[in-house]
Design a protein around this ligand. Structure first.
Ligand code: ADP
Length: 283
């Protein structure tokens, strides 16, 4: 399940591979003022149904994500996780029901820098000689328009790098990083753009175990600082260790509630068939 190009074009954080396009698009978005930020749910889906053909892939989906939550969406392959994420981000429009993002119709939402998106297998073009600091700098473009970055903007960039533990790699090329380091750089870019929500699509696939733990610790500390986290995840260990709330999907929502209740529930068996599938299915 990899996100398509449209996902990266709609939301604030992008893969380093499409630097020039991303810079132009990001610069074209308008700055958000604090006064426009309200206590609306970050995301709200109401009776949503969607199918790529006449057959619905997801249906009867009603859920709200409140600011500051750390929510994980789990489910077997093909259960509609990626489709649900695209509905939430307005990349797909529901056939029935409504989807809102920061209180606006998700499909019409154009304040992309409020959402930092980290794709699965975040990769960088082999030819792109861009440094980590330059990637993170892109996060400031929505805030400076087509102008140059001020010293304050650069300070935000450098603080974001330090926050994700990548300060010493600032001048390294993005292509020279490990998978885990690259994902940190993309989180730093989202922080530089002052994203209020991070959406991560199986962000640690292919990342070594030690870096995975550190990556989830970082997410948790960002969540502690108030950033809403939406994690699409196949690794149930990561989910049960870190997320506060779990949505278990298989076309419909089989469970939506606190992680502790999810662990004790039979939602896994109902959604996946047997719990054994979970540990064994790495896709
Ligand atoms: P998951 O992310 O849980 O693996 P997806 O949302 O990717 O599930 O897919 C759910 C269902 O929708 C699958 O049966 C998949 O084949 C189908 N599907 C996904 N994307 C498309 C598409 N662009 N066109 C047609 N069918 C699709």
């Amino acid at each position: 399940m990899s996100a398509d190009t449209s996902t990266e074009q709609r939301v604030g954080a992008r893969d380093g591979a499409d630097t020039a396009d991303a810079a132009d698009e990001t610069a074209a978005t308008t700055e958000t003022t604090d006064s426009s930020r309200s206590a609306d749910p970050v995301i709200e889906l109401s009776d949503v149904e969607f199918g790529y053909t006449a057959t619905p892939v997801v249906r009867d989906i009603s859920l709200a994500i409140e600011p500051g939550e750390y929510l994980a969406v789990v489910g077997p392959n093909g259960s509609g996780k990626s489709t649900l994420m695209k509905l939430m981000l307005g990349l797909l429009e529901p056939d029935q029901g409504t989807a809102t993002l920061f209180g606006e119709s998700a499909h019409r939402f154009d304040d992309g820098q409020r959402v930092g998106y980290v794709a699965q297998h975040a990769s960088a073009s082999k030819e792109m000689p861009i440094t980590v600091r330059e990637v993170v700098k892109m996060g400031r473009f929505p805030h400076v328009g087509f102008g140059t970055l001020s010293s304050e903007d650069w300070q935000v960039v450098d603080e974001a790098l330090v926050t994700v533990g990548m300060g010493e790699f600032a001048n390294r090329r993005i292509t020279q990083l490990s998978g885990g380091q690259r994902q940190r750089a993309f989180i730093a870019r989202a922080l530089a753009s002052e994203a209020e929500m991070l959406v991560l699509d199986e962000p640690t696939v292919g990342v070594d175990a030690e870096s995975v733990d550190a990556f989830y610790d970082l997410l948790e500390s960002l969540n502690d600082q108030g950033i809403t986290v939406l994690l699409i995840e196949h690794d149930l260990g990561a989910v049960t260790d870190h997320a506060d709330r779990v949505v278990c999907l298989n076309g419909r929502v089989h469970f939506d509630g606190p992680t502790e209740e999810f662990v004790d529930s039979d939602a896994l068996a109902r959604a996946f068939g047997t719990a054994a599938n979970l540990a064994g299915d790495g896709g």
